[in-house]
Design a protein around this ligand. Structure first.
Ligand SMILES: [Zn+2]
Length: 450
């Protein structure tokens, strides 16, 4: 028999479902049983159950899905702004990263997850070294996270054998009780960094590892013309073709950036149903280029959005990146109709869920799906007035105005309620992150910026 206390009712809110019809429900009610949405409708249609929260003046929508990030890099926020990509990477980022260790990665990741949470991201796809530390921070935050241990053909701050590190991480993760795929909010995967930073042989080994554990693959691809030129010089083919030949596309795959895909590359994506993570702020700041979204959409490729790391974006706010991302598409095409606010909302939710193979569980608010829900305050100057309670108008406010996240719930558990964190000790997290950054800066200064 189900106890009444297993139920929770979110009441009198405007619900942006992001279901297939983009239904918007004014004066809505969501009844949650445990971690799952049991019913959803108007307050008149369905009976309330369990504890009732009156969320008048709130918009409820699915939690945001950030499909590319590097959490610990938050420790390098502001370290090297306004540089060219190659100089930024080789002179600043890689030398700074050499000072990282397990403990510092953990401190940085905790800060990253706190920022994701405060900005309404309930699921993140995270790639970096020291995946154990990221996993631990993500798990403690209560957010969902797809954790990709970064794999390179050269030495990383963690070790000289990043493929072995990734294998050890996967084995260790699943040996811990509570980490079974059906219950854990952490989903380890395999993260070859890019074609230019691996080898075809190593990519093949990554495929074997992903297949052994039944995980997806997450990697960067064709971020710049320079990456394409390097692959062409070494292998006589594009990075996408190198990845295809290594078997990468035979696993479920999500690629970050993808700015310089050719028509043929896009056909490979379409053939294997691979998804793209659009990272507009990093792409703009490092002058990498602009993702050819109209062409990708023409080919029917699933496009999602990510914040990338704070080392290049500085801020971890998917909503503001979505606004930037669709505005630059408009001006690139000189066509304001090329993307709209509903497209941006779907890119941040259901398209992200599809990219990580979880669209049966998250990405929209529908009965049977997990209760990953955020609420947005509409009782603010920026959200007033609401002209019409429909998907167009509500999405427009969410994407184009200054949106304040009020509550965040994952699996029916409040992680932020009325802007207060329910699990996280903010003071402690900020203190430890500052301490970690102080240590890194000392090391950088000691080695003369190296
Ligand atoms: Zn990245």
């Amino acid at each position: 028999m189900i106890q009444e206390q297993n139920y929770l009712t979110l009441d009198h809110c405007t619900i942006l479902t992001v279901n297939e019809n983009n239904d918007c429900i004014p004066d809505g009610r969501i009844v949650i049983r445990g971690n799952t949405i049991e019913s959803i409708g108007t307050a008149n249609d369905i009976p309330e159950k369990g504890t009732v929260y009156n969320l008048k003046n709130r918009i409820l929508m699915p939690g945001l899905i950030n499909t590319h990030t590097h959490s610990p890099s938050v420790l390098f926020r502001g370290l090297a702004d306004d540089k060219f990509l190659h100089e930024w990477l080789t002179k600043y980022m890689w030398p700074a990263e050499r000072h990282l260790n397990q403990e510092l990665t953990y401190a940085g990741s905790r800060l990253g997850y706190l920022e994701y949470l405060s900005n309404g991201m309930t699921t993140n796809v995270d790639m970096w070294y020291f995946a154990d530390a990221i996993s631990q921070a993500a798990e403690e935050s209560g957010l969902r996270s797809v954790v990709a241990p970064g794999i390179f053909s050269f030495e990383t701050p963690q070790s000289a054998h990043s493929l072995q590190d990734a294998a050890d991480y996967l084995e260790h993760f699943y040996s811990i009780p509570g980490h079974e795929k059906s219950v854990s909010r952490i989903y380890p995967c395999v993260g070859p960094h890019d074609v230019y930073s691996t080898t075809p042989e190593l990519l093949k080994e990554c495929v074997q590892l992903a297949q052994q554990y039944g995980t997806m693959i997450h990697m960067h691809l064709s971020e710049t013309q320079r990456d394409n030129d390097a692959a062409m010089k070494l292998y006589g083919m594009s990075p996408a073709r190198v990845a295809e030949e290594a078997g990468i596309f035979e696993c479920p795959t999500l690629f970050a950036h993808c700015i310089c895909l050719s028509d043929d590359d896009m056909d490979i994506f379409r053939k294997y149903h691979a998804s793209v993570s659009y990272n507009p702020v990093t792409n703009l700041k490092l002058c990498e280029g602009i993702l050819p979204i109209p062409k990708l959409r023409e080919k029917g490729i699933n496009i999602t959005i990510g914040v990338d790391g704070a080392q290049s974006n500085n801020s971890l706010n998917l909503l503001s990146d979505a606004k930037t991302g669709i505005l630059i598409q408009k001006v690139t095409e000189m066509n304001p109709c090329i993307m709209n606010a509903i497209d941006a909302v779907r890119m941040m939710t259901i398209c992200g869920a599809k990219a990580i193979g979880m669209d049966n569980l998250i990405g929209s608010l529908e009965p049977g799906k997990r209760a990953d829900i955020i609420s947005i305050d509409i009782d603010t100057p920026a959200m007033t007035p609401i002209l019409r309670l429909n998907a167009e108008n509500i999405s427009s406010h969410i994407v184009y105005t200054d949106t304040q996240i009020n509550d965040v719930m994952v699996d029916g558990e409040f992680l932020m309620k009325d802007k207060q964190f329910c699990r996280a000790d903010t003071r402690e997290i900020l203190y430890q992150a500052q301490k970690a950054a102080n240590y890194i800066i000392q090391q950088i200064d000691k080695t003369g910026g190296k």
